[in-house]
Write a protein that binds this ligand. Structure first.
Ligand SMILES: Cc1cc2nc3c(=O)[nH]c(=O)nc-3n(C[C@H](O)[C@H](O)[C@H](O)COP(=O)(O)O)c2cc1C
Length: 174
C-alpha cells in the first residue's frame, strides 16, 4: 500500500556491495517519466552514474554531506532544462526526485537526496559549478539533486512523522 511505502521510506546513506541491476534502475527511470510537470513539458532529464570510481569523483562535488554517493552503487542526478520550462523547471525536478525516492524504497533500495543549491565545494565555490564539470552537463541545465542509490546495509527504521501540532490549518489560521 502507498501509505506503508511512505512510512517505510528513509534516507539511507550506507549501502551493501550488492549491485543494482540495470532493469531495476530502469523501473526508477520509468517512474520519473510518469511524474507530473507544470505544463506537461518534458523538461526533466536524468544523468545516471554507475561505477565506484565515478561515484567517488561525483561525491566530491560538495565538501560535505555527499559522502554517501561514494558508498552507493549508483546515483541519479536530476536535471531540468531551464530553457524548456523556465519558471517551472525546478518544481518539476523536485517532483521527479520525489518519485525516485519513493520508487527506490518500493524496490527495496535505499536512497538519499544530496542538495546542490546552497552547497559549496572544497574551495568554497558553488558546488553546482563543480558538479556540472564532473558530469559534463551544459549550463542551461539546473541540477537539482544527486540521489545516491544502493541496497541498505542495515534495514532503516520506519519514519517517525514530524510534529503536526500547529502546522495544519483547517479552513483558517488561528
Ligand atoms: C531538499 C533536501 C535536501 C537534502 N540534502 C541532503 C544532503 O545534502 N545530504 C544528505 O546526506 N542528506 C540530505 N537530505 C536528506 C535529509 O537529511 C533527510 O531527508 C531528513 O533528515 C529526514 O530523514 P528521512 O529522509 O529519513 O525522513 C536532503 C533532503 C531533502 C528533502
Amino acid at each position: 500500500m502507498f501509505t506503508d511505502l511512505i512510512k517505510k521510506r528513509r534516507s539511507v546513506r550506507t549501502y551493501s556491495d550488492k549491485p543494482i541491476a540495470r532493469e531495476t534502475l530502469q523501473v526508477i527511470v520509468d517512474a520519473v517519466f510518469h511524474a507530473p510537470t507544470a505544463k506537461n513539458l518534458n523538461d526533466v532529464e536524468l544523468f545516471i552514474v554507475e561505477g565506484k570510481e565515478k561515484l567517488e569523483e561525483l561525491s566530491t562535488f560538495r565538501k560535505n554531506y555527499a559522502g554517501h554517493i561514494a558508498r552507493g552503487q549508483a546515483a541519479i542526478a536530476v536535471l531540468s532544462d531551464t530553457e524548456a520550462s523556465p519558471g517551472n523547471n525546478r518544481q518539476d525536478a523536485c517532483i521527479a526526485a520525489t518519485y525516485i525516492l519513493l520508487q527506490a524504497a518500493d524496490l527495496g533500495l535505499g536512497a538519499c537526496w544530496t542538495n546542490v543549491n546552497s552547497a559549496f565545494d572544497e574551495n568554497d565555490q558553488p558546488a553546482t559549478i563543480k558538479l556540472h564539470e564532473i558530469l559534463g552537463v551544459p549550463d542551461k541545465y539546473n541540477i537539482e539533486t544527486v540521489i545516491s542509490l544502493g541496497y541498505p546495509l542495515n534495514e532503516p527504521k520506519p519514519k517517525v512523522p514530524r510534529d503536526m501540532e500547529g502546522k495544519v490549518h483547517w479552513s483558517k489560521m488561528e
